[in-house]
Ligand binder design. Structure first.
Ligand code: SR1
Ligand code: MG
Length: 401
């Protein structure tokens, strides 16, 4: 009887040997394979295996948070990631690693190894192009959202998926707590540079911000618009010479489209705040604009070319009211924009004062300068929550001021 056990560099080899398709991919003599553990995320184990013929990436859930063994956790997250990967491969081909195998006993997901890729976060820190990947991610979110939502599909196609992903409650809980709750009150998981004490106190005692967060909590849990990645920060994007892949769909859920957009945008803002020069900041501001305008353009154009594909905003039903349909579509996109700016604010705040922070500021060795940069982002996020901007130009204008 097979049972779950945590993989090691040695047992990964034994695991892979049991699957002919993987053995064929790597090359038949397993003693020639090299196995490397490269886990660096908060939750899971990751191994890269190189054989004479090819390579694979092996990801396994642990029964706890990888970086905190006391924080116990069920294993099912790789099952949701596998399902997300299989669906997104169809709606956004070439944008994710190729799915190879999921083992529901060992909670192991095997996929294409992204050789030579680095995380977008690392690339951003090294001054790499941000505009090209942002255009691609705008298109990626548009396609994955459109083809998993009621504008693009029928209710019979969508509803079983909504209910399947509604079971990803463990990771929903993490997001609800770490992104949308803890940072906005006094919680033991929060931590920040003491130079930011005053800004944090202001943020946590502002009624308008509390009101915005209550709205966001509701949007996150009660608005299943589309299948989301659910954790679309710059560490979930891999890049290599203009090639871009989205990884780590374990947080996938049906939720508001602005959540994925907001997380991506927030991580550009964090990179902007940590940037090494004014020129670099201008480049990152351009990437923000390109991301949003790319998303908007692609989502609207999918609507035009698949006008009868879905149940909502159907040209079949409302063909005699073309201007009404157009106005309603604009309103839908405006709603995504509003959600995006507020979710972006929540992500900025949590990455600066919450449990899981980001490495973007690590190159700033002096705490005073680091705090100054973080303060800029924190104050900007507070402003977004108090008063939503009406356009991307206003969003970028407030930032670059
Ligand atoms: C306990 S998990 C902390 C964070 O890591 C993941 O990448 C998600 O961003 C989550 O919020
Ligand atoms: Mg991750």
């Amino acid at each position: 009887v097979r049972h779950y056990e945590t993989l090691t560099v040695e047992s990964v080899r034994v695991f892979l040997e049991q699957h002919d398709t993987l053995v064929n991919r790597l090359g038949s003599r397993s003693e020639t394979w090299t196995v490397r553990e490269v886990s660096d995320g908060n939750l899971n184990l990751v191994f890269l295996v190189q054989g004479p013929e090819g390579s694979v990436c092996v990801k396994q859930s642990l029964p706890h948070v990888r970086v905190d063994p006391q924080w116990r956790m069920p294993l099912d997250r790789t099952a949701f990631e596998a399902e997300w990967l299989r669906r997104v491969e169809l709606t956004a081909p070439g944008c994710v690693p190729v799915f190879l195998l999921f083992d529901p006993v060992m909670f192991v997901l095997v996929m294409e190894c992204l050789e030579g890729f680095v995380t977008f976060r690392q690339a951003l820190g090294e001054g790499a192009d941000a505009v090209g990947p942002s255009r691609m991610i705008g298109g990626f979110v548009a396609r994955t959202a459109f083809f998993s939502s009621l504008p693009g599909r029928t209710l019979e196609e969508i509803m079983p998926n909504v209910s399947f992903f509604a079971n990803n409650t463990t990771l929903m809980r993490i997001t609800f707590d770490l992104v949308l709750s803890d940072p906005f009150y006094s919680h033991h998981r929060n931590h920040w540079l003491k130079e930011l004490d005053q800004e944090v106190a202001v943020l946590q005692s502002d009624e308008a911000i509390a009101r915005a967060m209550i709205r966001l909590q509701q949007r996150f849990l009660t608005c299943p618009q589309a299948l989301l990645h659910g954790d679309l920060h710059s560490g979930s994007v891999m890049v290599r010479n203009g090639d871009v892949r989205v990884i780590d769909g374990e947080f996938s859920l049906y939720g508001p489209i602005g959540f994925d957009c907001g997380l991506y945008l927030a991580n550009l803002v964090l990179a902007w705040a940590a940037a090494r020069s004014g020129g670099r900041r201008a480049h990152l501001a351009e990437a923000m604009d390109v991301f949003w305008s790319g998303f908007r353009k692609d989502f609207l154009s999918l609507w035009q070319t698949h006008a009868s594909g879905g149940d909502l905003f159907s040209e079949v039903t409302f063909s005699v009211y073309p201007s009404l349909l157009e106005a309603e579509r604009e309103r839908y996109i405006d709603g995504i924009f509003h959600d995006m700016t507020e979710f972006a604010a929540a992500e900025i705040v949590r990455r600066l004062i919450g449990y899981a922070q980001v490495a973007d500021f690590d190159w700033l060795t002096g705490t005073v300068e680091r705090a100054d940069r973080q303060r800029e982002a924190l104050v900007f996020a507070g402003h977004l929550l108090r008063e939503a901007p009406g356009s991307m130009a206003e969003f970028v204008g407030r930032l670059t001021g």
